[in-house]
Design a protein around this ligand. Structure first.
Ligand code: ZN
Length: 274
């Protein structure tokens, strides 16, 4: 029986499971923790989720995700910041040490990517006090640049590290194989972040060929060298969680979630040992 105490199921992976099913599915298999998504949290309730996680003995790796900042109007932009304060409160209530920040791409019709990145930076500054007060870190997750127009204009580990340097306490990076494997500076970015600033590490793989924007491969089925990444993480002294995180419209989301988690555990086991 492998030691799965560092492994967390990022619950988007078991897309069709409710919060209750995901918690029980992890507990039954000895998976140490869970990466919670907001839609399941809202459906099950914050209080009930917190109680159930505690009873099951699971740690919370993170809460996914922040509300986007891709609004054109100032009022909507401000509302998104307020919404993120509320999400930080929910993260604290379920014991999540990190809120995964997916910051949104360009506002509709906009072309000013540099300007939007500056607005995101301003938004993070505005959120920082609340993050510090709740004890939940803003986990800056660089997304693959193919999402720069839609889901996130934060696209490299270097950008995330620069923001963490500027913002300081209360911030961290979230590293994800699928989003960062292509980046020649990925390893350097992990080393620059160091063990304390890497909040959590998302395990998945890059499918070749990739068919759409929601087509991650199971760990080991793609072209990313996950063993090499684990060696870098060991080298820097990373002690945090590993989350299995698959978005997969055409394949894994269509399968029985019990099978997905069983296969995921088998594939992740070599990379999640202590
Ligand atoms: Zn991720």
């Amino acid at each position: 029986m492998p030691d799965l105490s560092r492994l967390a199921l990022n619950q988007i992976t078991t897309y069709r499971w409710t919060m209750d099913q995901a918690i029980e599915g992890c507990a039954a298999r000895g998976v140490g923790g869970i990466g919670v998504w907001r839609q399941y949290l809202e459906a099950y309730g914050v209080g009930q989720t917190a109680r159930h996680l505690k009873e099951a003995g699971l740690f919370t790796a993170s809460l996914c995700t922040s509300a986007w900042f891709n609004h054109a109007g100032d009022a909507e932009f401000k509302a998104a910041i307020d919404e993120n304060r509320r999400i930080l409160d929910d993260a604290a209530a379920i014991g999540a040490p990190t809120l995964v920040m997916v910051v949104g791409g360009l506002p509709p019709g906009a072309k000013d990517l540099a300007g939007q990145r500056a607005r995101v930076r301003d938004a993070l500054h505005e959120l920082l006090d609340h993050a510090r007060a709740t004890g939940v870190r803003l986990g800056l997750e660089p997304l693959h640049p193919m999402y720069a127009g839609s889901r996130s204009c934060l696209n490299t580990m270097a950008m995330a590290n620069d923001l963490c340097d500027e913002l300081g306490e209360g911030t961290a990076v979230v590293a994800d194989v699928y989003h960062c494997w292509w980046d020649p500076e990925f390893e350097a970015g992990l080393r620059r972040a160091g063990p304390d600033r890497v909040a959590t590490f998302h395990l998945c793989d890059w499918r070749e060929p990739t068919r759409n924007l929601c087509d991650r491969a199971m760990v080991g089925d793609g072209v990313a060298d996950i063993g090499a990444l684990r060696r870098v993480l060991d080298d820097i002294g990373y002690k945090g969680p590993f989350e299995l995180e698959l978005f997969s419209e055409l394949d894994w989301w269509r399968r029985d979630p019990d099978d997905v988690l069983d296969i995921g555990i088998e594939r992740c086991a070599p990379y999640v040992m202590r």
